[in-house]
Design a protein around this ligand. Structure first.
Ligand code: GLU
Length: 554
């Protein structure tokens, strides 16, 4: 092919290969440059968050690093309104920091933009023009119908390799006059790479995670420019990652099989090939339908709520817990590091890509909750207070009202469950686990009476009455408990549990039973954090009201 065809295809393209090379110069010597390149197709998948986190961490693990965001919006049918803001907001919410890229739906920051592929149409076309001039690409006029015929023919012949290549690539050898005449007639076309690969030739490609991978070199005349003038993913990746000077392409492993075609394109264009690292997806394990064992599949946006990044936000997992969790399940050396550095920022972790698994991390809610509980346990009460406030304002009206009514009381209430326990994983746990602190509509007396109270029924009203009579809100924890103890002998309850355990037949019960009546009356639970503390959060009157109500119900 020739300059004439290139000119006929792209008459409006005036900038050249060299112009763009000059416009986007190499980055400073030794710079590690990575990117996250999502399509703005709606809310982000947890896999996208994971990929961006790994890119960010990898970049920060190097002395000189640039991490940028690129929006891949060439598939016009799939993009959604405000899709770019959705991505940016999600990354910001999860503390993923990018140095260059779109700032909102319109503006970009950085010298290597535009960072949205739909605005780079002319750049792709300039390089497609260059390839056509060099006879390394050609226009293809095959209709959908024609391509289908080729596929059917290949099926019939049982061809080992299918696709548009070699003898099947009918437009590959059209003569120049026919091409020009077709263009003149306005026939629709795509532009294809003229592959130099040979069937059966394999080549070793390197992946930073998987090491050397031997694959057949590319032989397909892959489409580079679609009939709408926009590039395919493959071509856009090669042009963008070269011009934006990406040194390390870290992306999902669904692209592994495309390495040969990408490498061929880099080489055809005379560009250096970047390093590649392909991340395994997060998987879900499920019992097989026949009940025999388990099967693994990728987390699906359609089937699994936990596939949506917003899910974590909605139910209130702290951001750091989600990030901790993603690295815990995917990176073998993260958990030991985290145990040693519980309070260190996540970005202090030096990521070693070879330690990210090849098998695909398994999503596990128990693990998520245990990582999150650990994270919450290491947050300060002040930080928790702030995080819950922000969360509740969006997702829990009742809790939000509780916090706003008395922020100082809310902070004190956090100390009650946080100081000695490790049981809150997410902010939505608060209402569920501690309704007696936070839910004004919660009535402890409505809880089913514990079975073990049955044999004490005749004593409980008297005990509660005595408790109320001696109760003094000003007492500290030990004075309060001493008074509770003093009630015991009158009802023949053992003041200490030791003697009771030795001779239970001598008593009606022990101090532990007696305390549990008071605890249950106030909280509707048998097991709670420090009861004296709880009373001082809910207040004297409320505690008295609850005891009264419980006694009435007996
Ligand atoms: N837009 C592609 C995707 O979302 C990007 C893949 C890549 O990182 O190169 O799958």
């Amino acid at each position: 092919m020739s300059k004439r065809v290139a000119e006929a295809l792209f008459p409006h393209i005036t900038k050249t290969y060299q112009d763009y090379e000059a416009l986007y110069p190499a980055r400073a010597e030794g710079t590690v440059c990575t990117r996250f390149a999502p399509s703005p197709t709606g809310f982000m998948h947890i896999g996208g968050l994971y990929t961006s986190l790994i890119n960010d961490l990898f970049t920060r693990s190097h002395e000189k690093g640039v991490f940028f965001l690129r929006i891949e919006d060439t598939d016009q049918k799939r993009i959604v309104e405000n899709g770019v803001s959705e991505i940016i907001d999600t990354l910001n919410a999860f503390d993923i920091h990018f140095d260059e890229g779109p700032l909102n739906e319109q503006d970009d920051n950085g010298a290597y933009g535009p960072y949205r592929q739909s605005l780079r149409r002319e750049i792709y076309q300039a390089f497609a023009k260059y390839l056509v001039e060099q006879d390394l690409a050609y226009p293809c006029f095959c209709s959908e119908q024609k391509l289908m015929e080729i596929r059917n023919q290949q099926e019939q012949e049982n061809a080992l390799q299918k696709g548009y290549f070699g003898k099947w690539a009918v437009c590959r050898n059209l003569d120049e006059e026919t091409v020009l005449a077709n263009l003149e007639k306005g026939m629709p076309y795509v532009v294809r790479l003229r592959s130099k690969g040979q069937e059966g030739h394999s080549r070793v490609y390197h992946d930073l995670i998987r090491g050397d991978i031997s694959m057949q070199e590319n032989i397909i005349d892959t489409v580079i420019i679609k009939s709408d003038g926009l590039p395919t993913y493959h071509f856009a990746h090669v042009i963008d990652d070269h011009l934006m000077r990406t040194s390390d392409v870290i992306r999902a492993d669904e692209w592994i099989a495309s390495i040969p075609v990408h490498v061929e394109m880099f080489e055809a264009l005379g560009f250096p090939v970047p390093n590649y690292a392909h991340l395994s997806p997060i998987m879900k394990q499920e019992p097989k339908e026949d009940g025999e064992g388990f099967s693994k599949r990728k987390l699906s946006k359609r089937k699994d709520p936990e596939a949506r990044v917003h899910y974590y936000e909605e139910i209130g997992y702290p951001v750091q817990a989600v990030l901790d969790y993603l690295l815990t399940i995917s990176s073998a050396d993260y958990e030991p590091w985290r145990e040693q550095h519980m309070d260190a920022p996540i970005f202090d972790f030096k990521l070693d890509l070879t330690k990210t698994g090849v098998a695909g991390a398994l999503f596990d809610f128990n693990k998520l909750n245990s990582v999150a509980k650990n994270r919450v346990a290491h947050m300060s009460c002040e930080d928790i207070c702030q995080a819950v406030k922000v969360w509740a304002a969006r997702y829990d009206e009742k809790l939000s009202a509780y916090i706003t009514a008395d922020p100082e009381r809310f902070l004190r209430s956090i100390h009650i469950w946080h100081d000695k326990r490790l049981d809150v994983a997410k902010w939505s746990d608060l209402m569920e686990m501690y309704p007696y602190l936070y839910d004004p509509d919660y009535v402890p007396a409505d809880q089913p009476l514990p079975e073990k109270f049955q044999k004490h029924l005749e004593f409980i009203p008297g005990i509660l009455k005595d408790y109320q009579q001696t109760f003094d809100y000003a007492d500290d924890g030990s004075a309060w408990f001493n008074k509770v103890r003093e009630i015991a002998p009158k009802y023949n309850y053992a003041v200490k549990t030791g003697p009771y355990k030795k001779h239970p037949e001598l008593y009606n019960g022990s101090i532990a039973d007696l305390s549990s009546f008071i605890r249950f009356a106030i909280t509707g639970r048998l097991n709670t954090p420090d009861l004296h503390g709880i009373i001082h959060i809910i207040g004297e009157e409320e505690a008295a009201r609850r005891i009264q109500k419980f006694a009435e119900k007996l």
